[in-house]
Design a protein around this ligand. Structure first.
Ligand code: SAH
Ligand code: SF4
Length: 379
């Protein structure tokens, strides 16, 4: 699946006249695009490096790229008119070929605990959700990477909805810009988690491009320690990542301690079973003191036994890890129940006695269906 093949811009497009002189462009997004007034490119679909190439193709200096990045991601500009420190002639020219997309929530719900859920309508009418979670020492935004999800985990409402399409980089980062608008100047978003709708590694190119924008020092400026990507463990993509510098913290949805149960709950386990996944986790490149987060949704009578907890200790010992226990967020149509609080505590204690770090995550925003696995963008 190509970068641009997301159901919206699927036609193969010729390069714009400016570009073929730049050799690296044959591998970049421009190589498959023709910029024309009828098919404008969204500036927020460019990675910072591509934006630099784009600006250079107009013979412009590097600092113009920095100005553009600042306008788009720090000042949240939504039009070329606002970019007053860029030459007017240049802006007029870019306006012919480029657009600047934005997202505006069509519904914003607030939960009793301060969590806010945004419903966005995309250009093609599809809908996605993001969740803003204010806590004492941080404000976390949970963003979506796909419309729906094709992996069909049995406990997840997004999975029930099925897959519609991948989000473009612009659609991923616009969730941040839109959420920022709902906050005061002195309330910065401090953390991003890619744990909303979709499997981020199934939309690899676009997600990584968006993460590049999140962590770039002239764009959003998030430290890579404050961006967390959660995956079911798509092995080819994790292998690919493990070969370079990983610009985010990794979270892996474990959810079971034996292949039979995991395959039943998460069909992807048939393709990428536990042993292979954990072998890769064991050699995944981590920075000093960094750990992989393992998420474990607790389902009553399914994966919450003492044996499960003991097996988890065996599976994870030796991997720098911390475990997030998430008692199931129940929902109509999901055929499972959450365990009792006492059972959750007992499970946690076995993990801790076994030498693991385990915390119970109290899911925020349950009263507005904004908690893990409850996003389905209906309404
Ligand atoms: N697709 C990715 C990221 C989005 S799901 C993934 O699966 O990792 C984010 C987290 O929500 C995952 O850890 C998933 O296991 C968890 N989750 C899904 N449905 C849930 C539910 N009903 N209750 C609690 N957590 C759930
Ligand atoms: Fe998709 Fe994650 Fe939900 Fe599984 S848990 S269906 S991978 S969003």
């Amino acid at each position: 699946m190509g970068y641009w093949n997301n159901g919206v811009h699927t036609t193969r497009l010729k390069p714009l006249i400016h570009y073929p002189t730049i050799p690296s462009f044959q591998y970049s997004v421009f190589a498959t695009m023709m910029l024309s007034p009828s098919t404008k490119i969204d500036l927020k679909d460019f990675s910072p490096a591509e934006l630099r190439e784009f600006v250079a193709s107009y013979g412009k200096e590097k600092y113009r790229t920095l100005q553009l990045l600042k306008w788009l991601y720090q000042k949240g500009a939504s039009s070329f008119e606002e970019m007053t420190n860029l030459p007017k002639k240049l802006r007029e020219e870019w306006k012919q070929f480029c657009s600047i997309s934005t997202l505006t929530p069509i519904r914003l719900q607030s939960a009793g605990d301060g969590t806010k859920k945004f419903l966005f309508q995309l250009e093609d009418g599809n809908r996605i959700e993001s969740v803003l979670i204010p806590e004492r020492d941080r404000i976390t935004l949970c963003v979506s990477t796909q419309v729906g999800c094709g992996l069909g985990c049995q406990f997840c409402l997004t999975g029930k909805k099925g897959f519609t399409r991948n989000l473009r980089p612009s659609e991923i980062v616009n969730q941040i810009l839109a959420a920022k608008k709902s906050l005061e100047e002195d309330q910065p978003i401090t953390n991003i988690v890619l744990m909303g709708m979709g499997e981020p590694l199934a939309n690899y190119e676009n997600t990584l491009r968006a993460i590049e924008l999140m962590t770039h020092s002239d764009a959003f400026k998030f430290s890579s320690r404050r961006v967390t990507l959660s995956t079911v463990g798509l092995l080819p993509e994790l292998e690919r990542l493990s070969m370079g510098r990983v610009p985010f913290r990794l979270a892996v949805s474990l959810n079971a301690t034996d292949d039979e149960t995991r395959s039943r709950l998460m069909p992807i386990n048939r393709q990428y079973p536990l042993k292979k996944l954990l072998d890769l986790c064991r050699r995944f490149p981590l920075r000093p003191r960094e750990r992989i987060t393992f998420e474990y949704v607790l389902l009553r009578g399914i994966n919450d036994s003492i044996q499960d907890a003991k097996r988890m200790v065996k599976l994870l010992t030796g991997i720098p890890s911390k475990i997030n226990l998430i008692p199931l967020n129940e929902a109509p149509g999901i055929p499972y129940r959450r365990p009792s609080d006492a059972q959750v505590r007992e499970f946690q204690e076995i993990l801790m006695t076994g030498g693991l770090t385990a915390i119970v995550r109290s899911s925020k925003g349950r009263d507005i269906s904004a908690a893990c696995g409850q996003l389905q963008a209906e309404g």
